[in-house]
Write a protein that binds this ligand. Structure first.
Ligand code: ATP
Length: 261
């Protein structure tokens, strides 16, 4: 695989209109290059097409036009030529299985060789500090722990890329803050490529190498985050960048919906 993980050109996605209405064009010619080990955040107003975009990248949605190359190879919709982990706002765990069994289930489904299971689980349960909870069922764990477990499950199938769609937005601020810090440690230790969708400008400023400001189905602005790593959550440099990001976010949102107060 070369250094470019995803190369997206002129991506267009339409949903059919209902009851004879015109189709809804959600992605309107989106271009993007993502490099290996990058941490990219996509920020944008509600409904601008962020989840639609991740669904296409993950292979879940094979109906689009435009070109996507993955690691220099053509992307066959529905069959990406690399392994992709996908985390959602809800952890989507199987409630009748323990934490460890949830992870086993995913590894079996993704045909991870069983000789690798013990090592992968040991590593990722430790990285997420869930080692003592392997035998717990989801209902015996907090929301933050369940989201950590979803992360273990995603990492144990050894993805080349992690797609994360607002994974911390359903958590209280203190838990979300801890998980953001942990995620950067895990990213550093595992070297994954991460594409992370969020509404939270501070989260995006803290986590990413660059923010893609998306609106009206296109990437409107790209904002590099030139704060040295490892990062301190309360670094004044991040506050300053966030101030600029919020201003841009408001401008972009207002342009998309001028009537909104
Ligand atoms: N399956 C579908 N059929 C029809 N329209 C859809 C479908 N999925 C999404 N849409 C529409 O596409 C647009 C973009 O939706 P999407 O979920 O990608 O937005 P988003 O930027 O992720 O929003 P949010 O931040 O609120 O999650 C919305 O207008 C939505 O109603």
């Amino acid at each position: 695989m070369n250094d470019v993980v995803f190369s997206v050109r002129n991506l267009v996605k339409e949903f059919p209109g209902r009851d004879g209405a015109a189709p809804l064009r959600v992605l309107k010619g989106l271009d993007l290059v993502v490099r290996r080990n990058e941490f990219i955040c996509i920020l944008g107003p509600s409904g601008c097409g962020k989840s639609t975009f991740l669904n296409i990248l993950s292979g879940l949605d094979p109906r689009y036009s435009g070109e996507i190359d993955v690691g220099g190879r053509k992307f066959k919709a529905g069959k990406p030529p690399l392994r992709i982990g996908y985390l959602f706002q809800e952890p989507r765990l199987l409630p009748w299985l323990t934490a460890e069994q949830n992870v086993d289930f995913a590894m079996r489904s993704c045909r991870v060789p069983s000789s690798r299971w013990a090592e992968l689980k040991d590593r990722h349960f430790q990285l997420t500090r869930l080692d003592a909870f392997r035998g717990h069922y989801p209902h015996q764990m907090s929301g933050g722990m369940c989201q950590r477990l979803a992360l273990v499950r995603a990492l144990c199938v050894e993805p080349d890329v992690l797609l994360m769609d607002e994974p911390f937005s359903g958590l209280d601020e203190l838990t979300a803050r801890r998980l953001r810090v942990d995620l950067l440690d895990i990213w550093r230790d595992t070297g994954k490529t991460i594409i992370f969708v969020t509404h939270n400008s501070y989260e995006a400023s803290f986590l990413s190498d660059r923010i893609l400001m998306m609106s009206q189905g296109e990437v409107q602005q790209e904002i590099p985050i030139d704060v040295a790593r490892p990062r301190d959550y309360d670094d004044p440099g991040i506050f300053e960048i966030n101030r600029r990001v919020v201003k841009l976010f408001l401008e972009v949102a207002q342009a998309a919906a001028p009537a909104t107060p």
